[in-house]
Write a protein that binds this ligand. Sequence first.
Ligand code: ADP
Ligand code: SF4
Length: 703
Amino acid sequence: MRDPRYDILFEPVQIGPVTARNRFYQVPHCNGMGYRDPSGEAVMRQVKAEGGWAVVCTEQVEIHPTSDIGPFIELRIWDDQDMPALARIADKIHEGGALAGIELAHNGLNSPNLISRETPLSPQHLPVATFSYDPVQARAMTKADIADVRRWHRQAVRRSIDVGYDIVYVYAGHALGGLHHFLSRRYNNRTDEYGGSLTNRIRFLREVLEDSREEADGKAAIACRITINELLGEDGITRTEIEDTIGEIGEHPDLWDFVLGSWEDDSVTSRFGPEAEQEPYVRGLKDLTTKPVVGVGRFTSPDTMVHQIESGVLDLIGAARPSIADPFLPRKIETGNLEDIRECIGCNICVSGDFTMSPIRCTQNPTMGEEFRRGWHPERIRVKSSDAHVLVVGAGPAGMEAARSLGQRGYRVSLAESTRVLGGRVEREAKLPGLSAWIRVVDYRQQQLRKLDNVDVFLQSEMTADDIIDNDFNHVVLATGSHWRSDGVGRWHTHPIEIADGADVLTPDAILAGLRPRGERVVLFDDDHYYLGGVVAELLAKENFDVTLVTPGAHVSAWTVNTMEVARIRKRIIRAGITVETNTTLNRITADSVDTGCVFTGDERTFSADSVVLVTSRLPENRLFDELNARESEWAKADLRSVRAIGDAWAPSTIAAAVWAGHRYAEELDEPTSADVPFLREVTELSAQPGRLLPLAVESAPA
Ligand code: ADP
Ligand code: SF4
């Protein structure tokens, strides 16, 4: 059972009129499901409640069409039509045993209103502050606009309480909530009573807090999420200002939820920030209010959590990502099963769900986002449907997850790995600069495999088609991975490029195996656009190679805009002295130079280079798969019923996709999968109004 050291984490906390059963608090987080997939979101939140979180919150909920942050998919509480979806989410959270929190937001300057076409509202006339440079300007709010937003917020509070929420947020955080823009000198240059002095800049927030309390009338707690430091020096919200703010309105909400800087700062990846990074910023603020305080810090270690409470930094352990990677984190601490915790690796693949407007996914937790539509659960899986013996070939993320989940179902599993170590690409990539936390993908699965008597792991066991056919395996799943191409084929070049004899060309596989460029001047061509090109460039620069990174993308590691890393990566690349050529392709490699081309004009330039690293695309490691398929006539005699390839061996993708593929294989083995669409989905209900065109007769008035 639970270690008494962690008892403090299980003390109840009073939050205004409601009581949290313990100190585990799932703070609001986006999930790419929102108004499009509300049942998907509801069951995802329910699982967390079941996993022991005392409070489970929604993401931001737009209170009005002037706060439309489309194309991003969050929740809405525009009018009564949104109530059933919000009610379902609250009900499911309650079914799981947690308090339900709702993060009401008027996004002001952050809402381009692309869907509603309303004019965005802001403290001053400014272009909207969105991620995509939308050609839209916000209008400086009049007193009437301020009164409108207050009224809409009140209505939203009332509706939230009507559908059962226990904690209702006022959002002034991350430069995403409009109240943040009023607070910040960066955005607020008003000369009326809502601008200028701090007291004036707080006024709007104070009014909305007061309205919300009055409207809640003791039926729900009011929480305030606020940025405690904009990290902009004197140009933005400073520590002193936030201390003064709490001095003035510290008792207004029932709970303070402190966030650091922008969302990018608050959800920093493990490549750029450690666990509990916010601690020095939050420390001391709790002393300024009698109200409970929640904060985040990618907390996965119960000792760190206890430290936050005992040293008086926080009252509640806030988590978004740790609750995504392991919805059962609190239960595992409560039952003393710390070794079962699936620790977040801090990769922000979860964030990419929001940025790509697709249901949230997680590298560590393949069931995330699949709870409703596929019925997957992070801790439970249906028992096996046959006594088959399954061979999993390859112990990368796909193979390890397949073996783990098949083992959990009760199948007899043999996991064969040709090298001496488990983990495949993760084991190798985790040694690259900044990626050490990624080894948790391997650690968690290795730990779980140890516990499963029905799974045998064989290292240094390179499998051949003969080995497989001569043995008693009923199902074979090939998770043999992939290798990087050395011919330049990728997104830009769909045919091999010209490479002269004698040219020194390496791939990430060679670098990860310990090989290094033969000369000092290295050109790295990144046509992959995720993290690896940038990380390998960083590694080589650290080792004093003179690195030029050439990419057809507009940014280094362009896709990491979706993991909120693109700016930090560029900063690191600049600081490392790496030369960057964006919008540029690599056309030809000679023994001592490369020819590049401008992606717009095609104009070529020649750079001296001793060596070239190609990070373009990968090919599946599928020889064994092909050999086994070629011998299909021998399967029946060997009672071999199926051969499948999964993960990178099927089609190279992310580590998250490999883990997911391993899990899917295990979930679906021996189960019927006949449906054309293999998951539940919600289709927009047609309006009762078929349309409101004016009749033809009144289309044009008589002259
Ligand atoms: P994925 O991301 O799909 O899990 P990885 O490349 O990370 O793929 O892992 C593939 C693993 O498969 C590697 O550890 C590799 O050593 C192993 N492997 C490849 N071929 C064989 C084989 N024939 N027998 C056993 N293990 C293999
Ligand atoms: Fe953590 Fe990555 Fe999962 Fe997000 S996707 S919760 S950062 S492991």
